[in-house]
Design a protein around this ligand. Structure first.
Ligand SMILES: *Cc1c(COP(=O)(O)O)cnc(C)c1O
Length: 402
């Protein structure tokens, strides 16, 4: 039984929406992107969301918006996808990596220790779709407010460290029964092909800035600077008589095309009612099925404070080594089940290792990584496939640990 890891959800409604864009005569940024932005914003409990062509582009733009550059530091977990740190390097700033909790999210005590007068932003990664401890993170930022040294107008206006949630996994996650996006200043989703909601490639920036910021003004800034700093996008320019435009800032070119937005629009419309509940159901099925084995370590579970978007099922096996984990993956791969490991910690990747980051400084990150296997979890999985995955994992684990 061949089981892919994370195929995109493409049904007739997705196809119809894409066809609608193709047949409309307009395929790049236009009405579909606008519709997707409105849906994403309302679903996330914010007034404005700006769509871009990836999470990475969105994060590059936000670091530019907050005037982050050489000499600045940005705190992030050592346990994340490389993009979270790469955008900091692109800005010319220093990624300051800290360790994570047992639930894979960034450790707020480590954040408090890592904050210096150079710290300008923090990336909190809602790993697997499970929200970070936002109350503690916001408290850590508030407690170090006196250290903050503003550079430029936007930083002076906020007057503290900017909290950006890397919500690449967590669209639909809740914290204190509210969208998790409303607990950070800026929340960036990824709509990459493997994520819960996709536009093939894409992302969205949710704006949740405190007073005296105008969400609308900042939204306009993001739109302008995601399209070359051009005062009219191609759609507006295409209207008869609207040819004249100006370039008013040195913007990036990272806009999302309508043809991509169409995929996300159709998915998002059935996300809360169908796709997300299905993911959560599979999460529970796995949890119950593995629950009877004493080698099973339950992944982060929903509780009174947090509700996950069930992007990943991060299985951990108690007491095994990294080599044993790899052997288990080998065995299930022979059955044509595609699994993954989230993530190879940043300090173990050549780029960061060569910059002097050392995995020994991040013991919890290494422990989580060395015993982790991410299992397939997506709405199209059948009961038969889920049973086959569970049986194959149990068999492989028993073979390797005995
Ligand atoms: C996928 C992912 C990203 C990058 O998203 P793109 O849209 O591909 O740029 C960033 N952070 C995390 C945690 C991710 O999983």
């Amino acid at each position: 039984m061949k089981i892919p890891f994370s195929p995109p959800y493409i049904d007739q409604e997705v196809i119809s929406e894409v066809l609608d864009s193709l047949e409309s005569g307009w395929i790049t940024t236009g009405p579909k992107v606008r519709d997707l932005e409105l849906e994403v914003a309302s679903f996330s409990g914010v007034d404005f969301a700006a769509c871009v062509n990836s999470w990475t582009s969105g994060a590059n733009l936000i670091l530019k918006w907050y005037n982050i550059g050489p000499g600045d530091e940005v705190i992030l977990p050592a346990y994340t996808y490389a993009a979270t740190a790469l955008v900091v390097l692109h800005a010319g700033a220093k990624p300051v990596m800290v360790d994570v909790n047992d639930d894979f999210t960034i450790d707020s005590n480590e954040i408090a220790k890592a904050i210096t007068s150079k710290t300008k932003a923090i990336f909190s990664v809602d790993f697997a779709g499970y929200p970070c401890n936002y109350d503690e993170i916001n408290a850590a930022i508030a407690s170090k407010k006196d250290l903050f040294q503003a550079k430029g107008e936007t930083q002076s206006k906020l007057g503290r460290i900017l909290l950006i949630s890397d919500a690449a996994h967590s669209i639909g996650a809740k914290y204190h029964n509210k969208p998790a996006a409303t607990f950070s200043d800026i929340c960036i989703y990824s709509f990459h092909a493997v994520k819960n909601v996709t536009t093939a490639e894409g992302g969205a920036i949710c704006i949740n800035l405190p007073q005296p910021f105008s969400q609308e003004e900042e939204y306009k800034w993001l739109k302008l600077n995601s399209l070359n700093g051009q005062t009219k996008d191609a759609f507006a320019k295409s209207q008869a008589g609207s040819w004249r435009y100006d370039i008013v800032s040195q913007g990036l070119k990272i806009n999302m095309p309508d043809i991509s937005a169409a995929i996300g629009l159709a998915q998002l419309r059935k996300y809360e009612g169908t796709l997300l509940p299905k993911r959560k159901e599979i999460y529970t099925t796995y949890n119950t099925a593995f629950g009877k084995y004493d080698w099973f370590q339950a992944p982060p579970l929903d509780n009174k404070d947090k509700s996950s978007s069930a992007h990943l099922f991060p299985l951990r096996i108690k007491g095994i080594s990294e080599d044993m984990r790899d052997e288990i993956i080998q065995l299930v791969s022979k059955k044509e089940i595609s699994v993954n490991v989230h993530f190879i910690p940043l300090p173990m990747l050549s780029l960061f290792k060569n910059k002097g980051y050392n995995i020994k400084d991040y013991p919890k990150t290494f422990d989580n990584y060395s015993r982790e296997i991410s299992l397939p979890i997506y709405p199209q999985l059948s009961e038969e496939e889920i049973t086959f995955i569970v049986d194959s994992i149990v068999e492989a684990v028993n073979q390797v640990i005995n």
